[in-house]
Design a protein around this ligand. Structure first.
Ligand code: PMT
Length: 399
């Protein structure tokens, strides 16, 4: 079922519901909005009707509605998301009050329920609100914590509705989680590393981190525990993913090795710099003091080290090539003892480094290969993880 029921309550932040709807639609979900009566004082329900193409529900008793619609809609939705949720609705849901469509619908649904609170900080921190939240959590209701910052009332503190991206990512995890990924630890590397000559000069490459961050998002949505080791990039990490930021190849190596024993799957999408300066100096070096050549040396090959000591881990590598793409990638896969290799041609601007899209070849050690045509890195990540799923299922069957 690709339909979400979105409960919208009377908070200034309800304009963000428009963005939430758009993000769901981009993922192929349709949205049915249920507004509380008070929310209609802020915005006309017709706005959401226009955005979703489905009539917004407000009242429990409405001539235009199907009879007992709060019951018939139950079978159509895979998630009830309440965003923004006020202290009032949280209190009503926690105590089972069913006096309007949204609170009645909550009691009738069997699908997961996710609540994104938004309110004044004193109201959020009030022991009664906290008690209501605890009560709902104990009943299995999930929450997206509000952010701290300036609130509509002029105060500063926790109570600001979480970002639409965060809310939608958590929603998708509830809807898309797969049994095989639950309790799995997936370690993903992303972005470039920088190897410094001095504080202002370094060796690196054009990796933006987009590929690795999309992989981390996908692993999170499929229900795994995700550890993201990230080089220096300008991206917002996916919701609820543990992130460790590193700069150099050696720092990335240390971070990866620290978590390796716990990992079930490792995906090395990072573009680890292959070389570093033999000497790294603490102060900026005068140009005149640098001779005609500088000495460089190889950085540690992290993936090779993982391949040499692997036990339960499923190892997935990336190969960045500019010619003979699959042949070279196949050799790297063998050399590094991998279970799956993702090869991409980084000589083209529309795929590979920095682009929103990629085009890859998947290679397996038994000689099989599969080309995935150009598509967004988000979709490429989904394809990669559906192959990881096959490998994990095979392992489970054989264990
Ligand atoms: O970040 P984006 O802008 O989205 O770009 C995505 C990408 C092009 C960086 C990504 O798709 C990609 O190809 N990542 C791997 C880049 C790379 O380092 O390829 P490689 O062929 O040099 O290395 C092979 C594998 O060994 C890689 O998994 C790499 O992470 C790993 N490696 C490489 C060198 C090294 N010292 N240690 C390593 O672990």
């Amino acid at each position: 079922m690709k339909k979400i029921a979105l409960g919208v309550c009377s908070s200034i932040s309800l304009y963000k519901a428009c963005e939430i709807i758009r993000l769901f639609q981009e993922e192929g979900f349709s949205v049915r909005v249920i507004m509380t009566e008070k929310a209609t004082r802020f915005i006309n329900p017709y706005l959401f009707t226009s955005l979703t193409g489905e009539r917004t529900i407000v009242h429990l008793f409405d001539e235009q509605q199907r009879p007992i619609e709060h019951i018939s809609l139950v079978d159509e939705v895979s998630l009830l998301l309440v965003a923004p949720a006020t202290a009032n609705i949280i209190g009503k849901l926690a105590s089972g009050v069913a006096d309007d469509f949204l609170s009645t619908f909550y009691l009738a649904v069997k699908c997961p329920v996710l609540i994104a609170p938004a309110m004044n900080e004193a109201m959020f921190l009030h022991p009664q609100t906290q008690e209501n939240i605890r009560k709902l959590k104990n009943l299995g209701v999930e929450f997206v914590e509000p952010e701290s910052g300036y609130l509509a009332c002029g105060k500063k503190g926790p109570g600001r509705l979480a970002s639409p991206e965060k809310i939608v990512q958590k929603s998708l995890r509830l809807v898309r989680s797969k049994e095989i990924f639950k309790n799995k630890v997936i370690l993903i590397t992303a972005g470039p590393t920088r190897e410094f000559l001095d504080p202002v000069r370094y060796l690196s490459n054009p990796s933006s981190g987009k590929m690795g961050y999309e992989l981390a998002r996908e692993a999170y949505e499929l229900g795994a525990e995700v550890i993201l080791i990230s080089g220096p990039v300008d991206l917002e990490p996916p919701a609820e993913v543990y992130v460790e930021k590193v700069i150099t190849a050696e720092e990335m190596r240390q971070a990866v090795l620290k978590h390796y024993a716990r990992a079930d799957v490792v995906v090395m999408a990072a573009a680890v710099a292959d070389f570093k300066f033999s000497q790294s100096l603490p102060d900026k070096v005068k140009k005149e003091k640098i001779g005609p050549s500088l000495t460089i040396e190889k950085t540690p090959d992290i993936l090779q080290e993982l391949g040499a000591s692997k036990s339960q881990q499923l190892l997935v590598g990336f190969a960045a090539e500019t010619s003979q793409v699959t042949d070279r990638a196949f050799q790297k896969m063998k050399q590094k003892n991998l279970d799956l290799m993702v090869a991409n041609d980084v000589s083209r601007p529309e795929t590979g480094f920095g682009s929103d899209d990629n085009e890859v070849w998947l290679l397996w050690p038994d000689g099989r290969s599969k080309k995935i045509p150009r598509m967004s890195k988000r979709k490429i990540s989904q394809q990669i993880f559906s192959e990881i799923e096959v490998l994990l299922n095979e392992r489970q069957r054989n264990s």
